[in-house]
Design a protein around this ligand. Structure first.
Ligand SMILES: C[C@H](N)C(=O)N[C@@H](Cc1c[nH]cn1)C(=O)O
Ligand SMILES: [Zn+2]
Ligand SMILES: [Zn+2]
Length: 472
């Protein structure tokens, strides 16, 4: 393992170049205009994996209905490095699509040009979520190939291009392939989340689920002049804002009746898991870039992030948003919001409660406009245990590379495929993040510190050595 660790350290710049090439492909899955780039990213990965002597194949997932338009779904990239029956097989999952990013959103540099700043932060969309970690696994294979070293395990890659847009088609694929492509898998490792703070690595054993909603209000046949029609018609945007304002209060409490009914009560045992975490309020302030926290204690803040549901309002499609003062009445507007779900909430029940509440609130307005509200995608929460040998192996790897014991964390974000792998393969799934809590995933100026990318590559490799030695 020492040879490998040393090689990674010495070849940092080669690995940064690999990340530069990946970031340069704007593989935004949520934007149909970028769909060809998502395909380009898949092709780039295929070539890169082949150059590492992996046996690579792609699987077509069919079509997506994108608001009435048919789009091709990007392929699943599958790759295998090694098939030695005497070795364990570790399945690594990651995604090659990214969130949207525009310079005018407030980025300091072009989001799809990797820039290293004076603090050795590698800035670019997808650097942390999730191109850096995906390339981290490839760097491990690369280092072994260059050194002529045998990998301690067989590695299987499963890379998707729709994670940021609901992972359409992936669940069915995993269940279908559980006894086929994935039949030899011994354990799963996913590097697609973040440390709690900025200084200490963590192992993550829980995720929130997510249910995403679109609420469309339409009335006039086309956008109208507000001077001519203002005050004479029911306005879609006014109706939308009225209903949206009923969803959540300023302290984050969700106002949809019944939504908290199945939220699991906090046990004494769970209470203890919030002690001794290396996270300070200042780190939260730094990550947010402001002191707008609802709760003053770390304990409450983390409970709200990890084990309580939350509702966030994301945006409005169809409204006027450009600079200047356009006096328009938008004809059709769609409000977008999501609920992060937790044990023991049920996505179908959540959806039914939300839809009924919005319809009831709209009804109360007495508007003649039309409302359509529905859940566009959902994914369940996931909760495991950090006691499994897969986690023990990862904790040893953290100690080898970082000389500290990792924090044991849950995550407020969602990776619905985690639960699918666990249920379909009946194997343990570990979340082993590479990036820091202040990386700004989904935000402007997303970054991955060079040290996290390089030590993260070492960590993923060290984990493979440790897991090869342990009885799972
Ligand atoms: C935690 C992971 N890196 C992530 O960002 N997941 C997304 C998944 C998602 C679901 N709908 C849209 N994106 C997230 O938690 O928002
Ligand atoms: Zn991600
Ligand atoms: Zn993401």
């Amino acid at each position: 393992m020492d040879q490998f660790l040393e090689y990674v350290d010495k070849h940092q710049n080669d690995f940064v170049e690999r990340l530069r090439k990946a970031v340069a492909i704007p593989s935004v899955s949520g934007d149909p205009a970028h769909r060809p780039d998502v395909f380009k990213m898949a092709e780039w990965l295929v070539e890169e994996l082949k150059s590492l002597d992996a046996v690579v194949e792609t699987r077509d997932l069919g079509k997506q209905d994108f608001h009435g338009t048919e789009l091709d779904l990007p392929p699943i990239v599958l790759a295998t490095v090694g098939t030695d029956p005497k070795k364990k097989t570790i399945l690594v999952y990651g995604h090659y699509d990214v969130q949207p990013a525009l310079l005018e959103d407030g980025w300091n540099t072009d989001p799809f040009t990797l820039v290293e700043d004076e603090n050795n932060r590698l800035i670019g969309r997808g650097s942390s979520d999730d191109k850096g970690p995906v390339l981290g696994w490839m760097n491990v294979v690369d280092a072994h190939k260059a050194l002529g070293l045998e990998l301690p395990v067989n590695i299987m890659f499963c890379l998707e291009g729709m994670e940021e847009s609901g992972s359409e088609g992936l669940d069915a694929f995993i269940f279908e392939e559980a006894d086929k492509y994935f039949k030899d898998v011994d354990a799963v490792c996913i590097s697609d989340n973040y440390w709690l703070g900025t200084s200490k690595p963590c192992l993550t054993y829980g995720l929130r689920g997510v249910s995403y909603f679109h609420m469309k209000v339409k009335g006039p046949a086309a956008d109208l002049h507000s001077g001519v029609f203002g005050g004479t018609i029911h306005e879609p945007m006014t109706d939308l804002f009225k209903v949206m304002s009923k969803l959540v209060d300023v302290d984050g409490k969700i106002l949809v009746p019944g939504i908290y009914e199945h939220v699991r009560a906090l046990s004494d045992e769970e209470q203890k898991t919030y002690d001794d975490l290396s996270f300070k309020m200042e780190e939260l302030h730094d990550a947010v870039g402001s002191k707008i926290n609802i709760h003053d204690s770390i304990r409450e803040t983390l409970q709200c992030r990890w084990r309580n549901p939350s509702l966030s309002i994301h945006g409005v499609e169809g409204g006027f948003y450009s600079p200047g003062d356009k006096t328009v009445i938008p004809a059709c507007v769609t409000g977008k919001f999501s609920i992060r779900t937790v044990p023991d909430m049920n996505p179908k029940e959540v959806s039914a409660l939300v839809v009924k509440f919005c319809q009831d609130e709209f009804e109360k307005l007495g508007s003649k406009n039309k409302l359509d509200v529905h859940c566009t995608h959902d994914g369940n929460y996931w909760l495991s245990s950090p006691d499994h040998p897969n986690y023990v192996a990862a904790a040893k790897a953290v100690e080898t590379v970082y000389k500290v014991k990792p924090d044991l964390t849950r995550e407020g974000g969602s990776i619905p495929v985690t639960l699918s792998f666990q249920d379909a393969l009946k194997k343990n799934v570990l979340l082993l993040p590479m990036g820091r809590g202040d990386d700004g995933a989904h935000s402007i100026n997303e970054k991955l510190d060079r040290s996290n990318y390089i030590c993260g590559t070492q960590l993923l490799g060290a984990y493979l050595y440790e897991v090869s030695q342990i009885t799972l």
